[in-house]
Design a protein around this ligand. Structure first.
Ligand code: UTP
Length: 244
């Protein structure tokens, strides 16, 4: 059987793809190991390349260090809003790290703190990198808000799993990756996981709800697989899961 890619746009580079694409990159994808910055360099090179063809807005998550420090703060009895601020600082540090790896590129001097600020910078730059904004949500929701703000055609979530599975792939050997899922079904899946300690969801419930309202397609893809990430930014969801 010939391979039929799950493309949103065929051929993949329709002029319509000149509309902005928002890419949400989990902190654990950007810095998977404490020992080197190879992933940062590779992801930066890919984004640099891809942003020559279309405007890219990138939102970076907090990753392992954010989780560790939030844990420290919680053990010290800090309030959730304060812990959120700690998390936001880490998302911005990661955004800055990515920006450092793109030093040769004429990137905005600063990391925008709001989606409106990011949009304003996007008027003069093809690649804009930001982290979190305010307490009370995650960078998944920030990326959905940014998609709304800039009128994105597509949101790509580069995460640590290669898509949405029929069941938890770590627990159920029969679990298989779905090539496509509706927002309604994704919302049910992520809501069921909400509130379960340690649950990792492919996209958070707030972000999923907003994306469903916006009717902007979302591709969930393994961000450690650079070919898959590139395909996804081009609108080809065949290595991940297309949500729309
Ligand atoms: P992340 O977006 O990285 O959270 O922000 P996450 O989804 O828990 O992490 P990953 O994707 O699994 O790695 C880290 C934390 O920073 C705070 C929240 O506490 C969040 O859990 N945060 C982040 C905010 O409060 N506001 C923001 O805009 C972003």
């Amino acid at each position: 059987m010939p391979h039929t890619p799950t493309t949103l746009f065929y051929p993949p580079l329709l002029p319509s793809l000149m509309q902005p694409v928002v890419v949400s990159i989990g902190g654990s994808i950007l810095v998977p190991k404490a020992s080197d910055v190879d992933s940062v360099i590779d992801i930066a090179a890919l984004l640099d390349d891809m942003s020559e063809k279309r405007k890219l807005y990138v939102v970076v998550g907090g990753g392992r260090y954010a989780r560790t420090y939030i844990g420290f703060g919680r053990n010290l009895g800090a309030e959730e809003r304060h812990l959120d601020r700690v998390g936001i600082e880490f998302t911005r540090l990661n955004a800055d790290l990515l920006r450092l790896a793109l030093a040769d590129r004429n990137l905005p001097e600063r990391i925008p703190k709001t989606v409106k600020g990011a949009h304003a910078l996007g008027k003069n730059h093809d690649l804009v990198v930001m982290g979190g904004t305010v307490p009370g949500h995650t960078t998944d929701h920030v990326s959905a808000l940014l998609a709304r703000e800039v009128g994105a055609e597509l949101l790509v979530n580069a995460t640590s799993v290669d898509g949405v599975y029929t069941a938890d792939p770590y627990k159920d050997p029969k679990a298989r990756r779905m090539e496509h899922i509706s927002y309604a079904k994704l919302l049910k899946l992520v809501k069921d996981a909400e509130g379960k300690a340690g649950a990792h969801v492919p996209f958070d419930p707030k972000g999923t709800r907003l994306m469903a309202e916006l009717k902007i397609p979302l591709i969930i893809v393994d961000g450690t697989d650079l070919d898959a990430l590139q395909q996804a930014i081009e609108g080809d969801a065949s290595s991940g899961t297309l949500v729309n």
